[in-house]
Design a protein around this ligand. Sequence first.
Ligand code: ATP
Ligand code: MG
Length: 321
Amino acid sequence: MNELAIETAGLVKAFGENRAVDGIDLAVPAGTVYGVLGPNGAGKTTAVRMLATLLRPDDGEARVFGHDVLREPDAVRRRVSLTGQYASVDEDLTGAENLVLLGRLLGHRKVAARDRSARLLAAFGLSDAADRQVKNYSGGMRRRLDIAASILRTPDVLFLDEPTTGLDPRSRNQVWDIVRIIVAQGTTVLLTTQYLDEADQLASRIAVIDHGRVIAEGTPGELKASVGAGSVHVRLRDAGQRSDAITLLRTVLGPNVQPDPDPVALTAQLSGDDTDREAAEQAARALAELARAGITVDNFALGQPTLDEVFLAVTDKGAAA
Ligand SMILES: Nc1ncnc2c1ncn2[C@@H]1O[C@H](COP(=O)(O)OP(=O)(O)OP(=O)(O)O)[C@@H](O)[C@H]1O
Ligand SMILES: [Mg+2]
C-alpha cells in the first residue's frame, strides 16, 4: 500500500537564469490524489512536464512507478497521461470525433473506440454535446472533454494541470466528481492548482510550491493548522449595530476584527494557533455573545484559511527560521 507512484529528489529545471524548478523532492503514494499548490509561475507546469517526460530535467531524479524519466522514458510514457493547462483537443472536430480519433491513435478498433467515446461522453455529462464542434463548447465542457481524452486509456498516473482554473462553481464540482471517480478506479492523480479549497476537497497530501521550491508539505489538515483557523464573516441586519458588534467581538476573539466595505458586514481573523475545533468553539461563543447583546445577525460564516494565508504563514515561518 505504501508504493510510491512518483518520487523526485532534487529535481531542477532552469530556463536561462530562471530556476523554474529549483530542487523539488516529492513522494506521491500510489492510488491517491496528490495536490501541488502554488501561484502563477511557481513551477507547477514545469515540474509536471518533467514527470511526463516532455521536458528534460537539468538535475536531480524523478521516477514514476520506479521508472526513471530520463533513462526509461518509454516505460514512464506507457503509464502516464497528461491533461494540460491548455486543452489539447481539436477545435474543429466534435467532442465524439475527438475521442474516437484519439482512441484510434491509441490502437483501439473503430467499434471499440466509438463505444469507449460514447461511454466517456455520457460519464462526463457531454452526451448532448457529442456532435457539436468543440469550438462551440463552454470552458467547462472543454475541460471535461480534455480529461475524458486523457483517460481513454486508463493511465496509472494522471497529471491534471490546473483542471478547474477559470471554471464556474458548477463546472468545478463536476470536474472534482470526475477526479474522485478516476482515483477510485485506482489511478494516481497529481493535481496542480492555485486553490487551497480544491486541494482540500481532493488531495490526501499537498505540496505547496513557490519559486520552484516546496515550502510546505502535508495533509490538508496539517497545512491548515499551520496557517491558523481562518476567519469569521458576519452580516448584521442593521448597519447601526456594527460598531457595537465590532467592540464586542474584539473582547471575544481578539483585536483582529475589521469592518468590511459592505456597511452591514465585518470580518474577524481567528488567532493563528487554533485548531479547527477551537475555531468552531470561538465562532460559537462569538455568535452567542452577539445574540445576548441583542445584535441581530443575518449571516454568520466560518471561513477556511485562503491560499494567501497559507503562503503568508509558510513564508513567515521561513523568514523566522
Ligand atoms: N519554456 C519556457 N521557457 C522559458 N521560461 C519558462 C518556460 N516555461 C516556464 N518558464 C518559466 O518558468 C517559471 C515557472 O513556470 P511554470 O509554467 O512552471 O509555472 P506554473 O506554476 O505552472 O504557473 P501557472 O499557475 O501560471 O500555470 C516561470 O517563471 C515561467 O516564466
Ligand atoms: Mg502552469
